[in-house]
Design a protein around this ligand. Sequence first.
Ligand SMILES: [Zn+2]
Length: 477
Amino acid sequence: MAKQYETVIGLEVHVELATKTKIFCSCSTSFGGAPNTHTCPVCTGMPGSLPVLNKQVVEYAIAIGLATNCEITRVCKFDRKNYFYPDNPQNYQISQLYLPIARNGYVEIETGDTKKKVRIHEMHMEEDAGKLVHDEWDDTSIVDYNRSGVPLVEIVSEPDMRSADEVLAYLEKLRMIIQYLGASDCKLQEGSMRADVNLSVREMGSGKFGTRTEMKNLNSFKAIARAIEGERQRQIELLEEGRAVVQETRRWDDNKEYSYAMRSKEDAQDYRYFPEPDLVPVMIDEAWIEKIKMMQPELRDEKLARYKKEYEIPEYDARIITESKHMADIFEKAAAICKNPKKVSNWLMVETLRLLKESGMEPEEIRFSPENLAKLVKLTDSGDINSSVAKQVFVKMFEENTDPESYVKEHGLRTVNDEGELRAVLEQVIADNPQAAADYKSGKEKALGALVGQTMKIMRGKANPGQVNQRLKELLG
Ligand SMILES: [Zn+2]
């Protein structure tokens, strides 16, 4: 009988924090400036320069630690991780090894109907490295230090995950917690959230861990899922052939769907860590933690529970809306203005999701304001515009955040409620379509549809279809 294998996965997740300035100097962290323009002696590792810790970094780290059920270290310190690489001008990275800011946390994940806790071993603060550019000039690599010194937290999980689905649920959970806190935008494609996957396989039922490899260069959820499947297969094949898995760092090539060995996996002692002599320990007292707790916003799980109770929208809708903090904000504000949460939810669930998908946008990129969405709901609630006009106005609003009230006014889209005008059109339609009128009179209900269609066409959609239907029936006796 073929052997059954179990996959064991732990994750190291790096998250760039949303501070305005870098972790140890006052250079800007904004993405995409001309190379080496957001730099100073500190973040380019000039001898004699001294780092000063950015308080906001510590506050974000505490907020993330609290939201992931970690214990916050009251006296935490920085350490030097020594290594040479051209993107690292100091030849060391300021990180935390001995006393990281947070430890022993967990997040709860859901896959299908199963809930499970993934434990967090620790979270530490550190600085990012610069960026090497290899292909601009022949035979030369150039380096941009704008990213050097951008603050990161690294969240290290226990090896608690057993499948790609669990890994994606865990990442999704972290992403939502951190986005809700406003501590990072967590974009995998832009590198503000990065995941390294530690993976090993073992025979089902075995209590011992197999030899693990670490995979880097994973910049989308899909790439992560494919890399996990690819690496799992590779390790099982080695074991089946009676060969050993080598402990190493591998680079996943998502185009070729294969991972390549980069270097043998290093241990902490290879970096000759020692306490960072240029920074004082960070003392975190109860009062500071309490203050950050008080400022903690409502997180996704709490919001979800409240939506179901307060707005009476289906669980499915509430889940999708709260998946994005931005969308949830729009929902709450619009619902508060127009007092019709169900209609607001419908616009988000149907037309908004459709247009987002069509234009390849993320919910965070929605541009229309809650005020305008509320206006659109009011215009339909009052019968001032019908549903097909509303859809047309919504597309404009989605594209350019157009004010629906002025748009409807400027384009004369208001539903015609003038009985006299409507009656004149209906009489004309009946006169022009004697056959359909006769058919309806002789009992063919369907014939009415053609007459309604003709009327709506002549009125360029500005009539209320229900009302047209009613009036036609009356006129045809
Ligand atoms: Zn700097």
